[in-house]
Write a protein that binds this ligand. Structure first.
Ligand SMILES: C[S@@+](CC[C@H](N)C(=O)[O-])C[C@H]1O[C@@H](n2cnc3c(N)ncnc32)[C@H](O)[C@@H]1O
Length: 212
């Protein structure tokens, strides 16, 4: 779907080049603020109480979010377009599975997943490609499966690009992203929006969605 566009190749190359530095900065832990971790915990609980099943960490980078979800009891596989990121993730978390692929063309059959977490990964997609990613997530999620996505919030009503440290990224109005998700049959369960912390520039948005 969106797996071969040139911006995707540029994203992969940028994360390949920065992978060691990125992993050094994030580390293996999830030291996000309590509200962010609460969303991950809510996602894990929703997936588990719906019967559990395979979950994909889409755009997993060094794998720390997927590893956190595994500690919360989920069966996780990580996917990233950057082979260098996948190599780090495999080294850090040998018990988990990781695959190099675009989350716009997941190597999974229809209805395969109980959940997807896309934690600051659709931020690098050109805005016009985001409906394709959401459609792919909806394809691989089973009915009743959950998607949790985290992103940088826009100040107003329009998507805005900013100078992300690794490669260009977009800030999204929460309503705009929720609207595109609804178009892809991903219905909103809830949202969490928080102020930036001392070392952060933008408000942070989180959407929890359920496939119809
Ligand atoms: C800001 S990092 C976040 C990494 C991880 N989710 C975390 O929070 O630690 C964005 C990641 O998304 C990956 N990514 C971006 N677009 C992607 C795509 N279309 N398919 C798979 N991975 C993608 C990048 O390679 C990068 O590892």
């Amino acid at each position: 779907v969106t797996g071969t566009d040139t911006s995707l190749a540029a994203t992969a190359a940028a994360y390949d080049a920065m992978s060691a530095r990125y992993a050094e900065v994030t580390g293996q832990g999830v030291d996000e603020p309590p509200l962010d971790r609460a969303m991950l915990a809510a996602f894990a609980e929703q997936v588990t109480s719906a019967g559990g099943g395979l979950v994909t960490d889409a755009g997993c980078g060094p794998g720390r979010i997927g590893a956190h979800l595994a500690r919360l009891g989920l069966d996780v596989m990580g996917v990233d377009v950057s082979p260098e990121m996948i190599a780090i993730a495999r080294g850090w978390y040998p018990a988990l599975r990781f695959t190099t692929a675009s989350m716009g063309a997941l190597p999974l059959p229809d209805d395969a997943l109980a959940g997807i977490v896309a934690w600051y990964s659709i931020i690098h997609a050109p805005p016009g490609a985001v409906p394709g990613y959401l459609a792919e997530f909806a394809r691989v999620l089973r009915p009743g499966g959950f998607l949790l996505t985290a992103f940088f919030e826009a100040d107003g009503d329009t998507v805005t690009e900013f100078d992300h440290k690794v490669t260009p990224a977009c800030r999204w109005p929460v309503n705009a992203l929720a609207g595109l998700a609804a178009d892809a049959r991903l219905a909103e369960v809830g949202r969490m929006s928080r102020e930036p912390g001392p070392s952060e520039r933008f408000r942070r948005g989180h959407l929890l969605l359920r496939k119809e």
